[in-house]
Design a binder for this molecule. Sequence first.
Ligand SMILES: Nc1nc2c(c(=O)[nH]1)N[C@H]1C(S)=C(S)[C@@H](COP(=O)(O)OP(=O)(O)OC[C@H]3O[C@@H](n4cnc5c(N)ncnc54)[C@H](O)[C@@H]3O)O[C@H]1N2
Ligand code: MOO
Length: 403
Amino acid sequence: MIPLEEARQRILSAIRPTGPETVPLAAGWNRVLARPVVARLTQPPADVSAMDGYAVRAADAVTGATLTVTGAAPAGHPFAGQVGPGEAVRIFTGGFVPPGADAILIQENAKAEGARLAVTEGVAVGRWIRRRGLDFAEGGELLPAGRRLTARDIGLAAAANHPWLTVHRRPRIGILATGDEIALPGDPLPAGGIVSSNAHALAAVIASAGGEGCILPIAPDDAGSIAALAGSGGYDLLVTTGGASVGEHDLVQKALGQSTTPGGFALDFWKIAMRPGKPLIWGRLGAMPVLGLPGNPVSALVCAVVFLLPALARMQGLPDSGPRTIRAVAGVDLPENDQRADHLRASLIPAEGGIVATPAARQDSSMLAVLASADGLILRAPFAPALPKGSVVEVIPLAALGV
Ligand SMILES: Nc1nc2c(c(=O)[nH]1)N[C@H]1C(S)=C(S)[C@@H](COP(=O)(O)OP(=O)(O)OC[C@H]3O[C@@H](n4cnc5c(N)ncnc54)[C@H](O)[C@@H]3O)O[C@H]1N2
Ligand code: MOO
């Protein structure tokens, strides 16, 4: 059994980012930039008014003065002339400030009668003018490569005149569930059978992280079938579930070893000092990395949080090296831990002294309902001593991961 952190580093160091592809701007949300977004124009493109009012010379627009309105500058229709001494130009939010003007007199501070404008409250130089390039300037880098795009970023890229974005191709992940006893949801169940929850749960994890999961047909406990299905598609990563342990029906390693894929199967490691998820397999089938997850549904999903999500991030050019954790206080006494890094399914309840993390009473790795109702995973390091209720613990919150 190797330590969890070493396993994660070995997985991450073998992952290569996917190549770039060009997508329409609107399809860029939640994708990761492969090239920076550089401003294709200056914003605002000229000095513009921030308010509805009058473009004036501040020296003339003093309280009690009367000015002559000589034209208008609505947004999109710049005024062709200048603002001369004693003059004002009607202007609206976003309108270009005409040459000669050095301030905007808001309309609430003036009284217009035909072309005559009485100033009821004077204005200072520069007031209500947004200077050219206030937001950004042409040629400036607005969004760096390696950034997962938010809705705000899409707006910024649009403002910078980018109809297309260059992002990392979505990682394509093959998902191969194995086992004589399992059937896909909705298919007839064999005698003694159970429904495969792992494939669909993993596809959802992959989608939440920006990947494309491809659910393969279920492989029976037969090395030839597993090998044929495993070698059937060139994925960026193949994830298997089940058959990872030591029983004679746990065939994944043996099957991969028999594969006719050029280069064959090279195991990197098997078995990690963690719970749940001890019998995890990591290796390579030809050029394709293979992550062999345990069959127990909670083990498969916890391993997906701990290893698959960081791998998906790495494939998309993100620097993530592990799930984010928060600090919480234990809601009950925690017993000392054995040699396996534990991940206790727990509720997280905000309270005065911080978030209270309370492990579920049952922690069996088959109990999907317990995992689904948990808010987070309390981390217990190998050989962690017993902790009294109220002690600080580290927790992986699940909701933020979309898991
Ligand atoms: N003698 C030992 N037995 C086991 C050990 C061990 O060290 N010595 N390790 C245990 C641990 S820990 C785990 S985790 C499991 C993992 O076993 P496998 O990866 O070989 O998984 P299976 O035996 O194929 O299945 C385990 C369990 O999960 C169910 N399953 C399988 N696939 C799915 C699926 N797609 N959806 C839902 N449920 C699935 C399967 O029916 C079994 O009940 O091994 C322990 N044994
Ligand atoms: O590691 Mo297994 O996942 O304990 O049940």
